[in-house]
Design a protein around this ligand. Sequence first.
Ligand SMILES: CC(=O)N[C@H](C=O)[C@@H](O)[C@H](O)[C@H](O)COP(=O)(O)O
Length: 224
Amino acid sequence: MTLFQKGGLIVSCQARADNPLHGPVFMAAMAEAAEDGGAVALRVNGVEDISAIKAVTHLPVIGIFKMFDHDPVYITPMLGAVDALVEAGADIIAYDATFRARPKGDPVEAILERIHAHGKLAFADISTFDEGVAAAAAGADIIATTLAGYTAETQGTRGAGPDLELVRRLSQALSIPVIAEGRYNTPALAASGLQAGAYGVVVGTMITNPREITRSFVQELQQG
Ligand SMILES: CC(=O)N[C@H](C=O)[C@@H](O)[C@H](O)[C@H](O)COP(=O)(O)O
């Protein structure tokens, strides 16, 4: 079970079905670009994209399996999803470790146990300080602020920027790596994640989603 390099950039290469860049060919190209640019790891959704990316890069892959019909808990909610991610070549498995009810999913303790049974590191996506502490106590290897601002409880905190205070508090309280993830939309914000104590920073939208990047430019021009 090896962890990626400390202080580095993890690039999230994801494109949903409605995105013109959806599909393994585009995501593999994104992953190669991220590797060339100096990323230390990748975050990737689904078995097809993971298989394609493992074939073209040497970077460790944090695999997730988004199941939107499992709303509200959609990040790797099932044991079968964990097995599929491992089979596809994921090195680390990320899963929803929030306190939310999981009406269609398997219990979070079982997900964690299955990840470890495969000999993989467990990357807990959380939204609050208490969830991060609980996930670490349960045995997660890495805690990430991925869902801060995206749960009913934290929606009001989303604002424009990332939740740096959450990174700061978790980094001080925990002895395992804390990853800053969610709305690190500029290089300076990513650096501030490390300054807040993060082990690494995940950036997705502003590197791998040209449609959203375009929208942000257009919006700024229209406001000007
Ligand atoms: C909330 C949720 O489902 N987040 C997802 C998790 O995999 C992705 O859609 C994000 O792009 C990723 O977390 C990186 O964040 P950002 O795109 O803000 O750099």
